[in-house]
Design a protein around this ligand. Structure first.
Ligand code: C2E
Ligand code: CA
Ligand code: CA
Ligand code: CA
Length: 277
């Protein structure tokens, strides 16, 4: 152990401590990442599983650290949530996603939607609806072409559901992400204006091989049908999974079988049918 004089003790032979110091370094680097333009968005197609036709793109945030290179979102998003940096970052994501959607339209792409992830920390912000609506309206895209993906981990206070109702009545849609992985899923359906369910890839992974997973997906589809919600299967990786999902009546999917996340230009090429030589 070595005292660096900052009140921090570095323990070079202890994995857990060096990992937490690593997190501290990343956390402070994150604070300047937005103004240093270290973020980018990738767009993963959400497709009709029958035809492969793209109906939407999910915006996925990428951070390239100047020294460490790409840092996975599962690492930096929780850090950005701890510091509150996720709020301005989340605004930037929505702004960029809407800007790309508008640009694709100008280049003659077919009409598609864009899905943007909303952190539970963003959901708890006062003035949530106002901030997000301003961004969507300034971009000029139809609010009905924007879908906000929320997870089941956020505590639903009354003001949160009120903000959501304001956004919903302005035309935005909501998708419940990672559906089935949390105990509060059904409560969310009761109190939140949800339009689509995204079946978590932990169930999609076994849909062809496991009776349990297939049973769970079938049950999700039944809930969705009775509440008139759309269902998107996440993490579709194989033809067997695609066939099993179609067999159950699940029409929309996302995953590496259909396409990995794309740069904005590659997404435009996909939409306009452009080919690179
Ligand atoms: P998520 O919202 O569930 O996003 C789907 C994740 O699954 C993405 O990981 C995507 O690249 C990955 N994925 C897609 N198809 C497949 C597949 O066939 N197989 C497998 N194994 N994985 C697949 P990614 O991009 O690493 O993002 C991880 C998580 O980080 C996201 O999970 C989301 O919770 C969070 N995240 C990403 N971008 C944002 C953002 O802009 N804002 C917020 N708040 N969270 C974000
Ligand atoms: Ca998502
Ligand atoms: Ca998900
Ligand atoms: Ca997730």
């Amino acid at each position: 152990a070595k005292d660096r004089g900052l009140g921090l003790i570095e323990v070079f032979d202890d994995d857990a401590s060096s990992r937490s110091l690593d997190r501290l370094g990343l956390r402070s680097d994150l604070l300047g990442a937005l103004e240093r333009e270290q973020f980018a968005l990738n767009f993963q197609p959400i497709c009709d599983l029958r035809s492969g036709q793209v109906v939407a793109f999910e915006a996925l945030l990428r951070w390239t650290h100047p020294q460490r290179g790409p840092v996975p979102p599962d690492v930096f998003i929780p850090l950005a949530e701890e510091t509150g940096a996720i709020v301005p970052i989340g605004h930037w994501v929505l702004e960029q996603a809407c800007r790309e959607l508008a640009r694709w339209g100008l280049h003659g792409g077919p009409r598609v939607r864009v899905n943007v992830n909303l952190s539970p920390v963003q959901l708890q912000q006062p003035n949530l609806a106002r901030g997000l609506l301003d961004i969507v309206r300034q971009s000029g895209v139809d609010p009905g072409d924007v879908c906000l993906e929320v997870t089941e981990h956020s505590y639903l206070r009354e003001d949160v559901t009120e903000s959501a109702a304001v956004l919903r009545s302005a035309g935005l849609h909501f998708a419940l992400d990672d559906f089935g992985t949390s105990y509060s899923s059904l409560n969310y359906l009761k109190w939140f204006p949800i339009d689509h369910l995204k079946v978590d890839r932990s169930f999609v992974g076994g849909v062809a091989a496991s009776d349990t997973d297939r049973g769970i997906v079938r049950a999700v589809l039944a809930i969705a049908e009775s509440l008139r919600l759309g269902v998107i299967a996440e993490g579709v990786e194989t033809e067997e999974q695609r066939a099993a999902l179609l067999d159950l009546g699940c029409v929309w999917g996302q995953g590496n079988l259909l396409s990995t996340p794309l740069t904005p230009d590659a997404a435009l090429d996909l939409l306009t049918g452009a080919r690179h030589s």
